[in-house]
Design a protein around this ligand. Sequence first.
Ligand code: ZN
Length: 130
Amino acid sequence: MTTGADRTWNLASPDGTPSDWTDGTPALLVSHCEACGRKWYLRRPACPSCGGARITRIPAAGRGHVAAVTVAHRRVRGGDPIGIALVDLEEGVRVMTRCRRGTTVGQAVSIAIVSLNEPGETSSLVPMVL
Ligand SMILES: [Zn+2]
């Protein structure tokens, strides 16, 4: 019998699984459950649909359409307002990303991983709508 205590929680990819921007690697990855086919964004130790632990992480092309846009005016560490967009990727997952002023809902976009070099950030790499 397998319990949660038996599971290996490899959130920082020391096991050789591909790294992404959250690990400091300029890549955007999509996770794919080998058991049920569900896809999702950002690393999880198990499939959110079936709990399966056989997960493949593949690079995303970074192309999609903007589903929503907002501006964050009150930032934790101060600074200028930042644009935030939700983008539905061609791979079938939704990604939260930074965006520039003028980004609109429905717009076809590409996402790149960029370094913003903002002081106090846990990672200087972020997804950004081009
Ligand atoms: Zn699954």
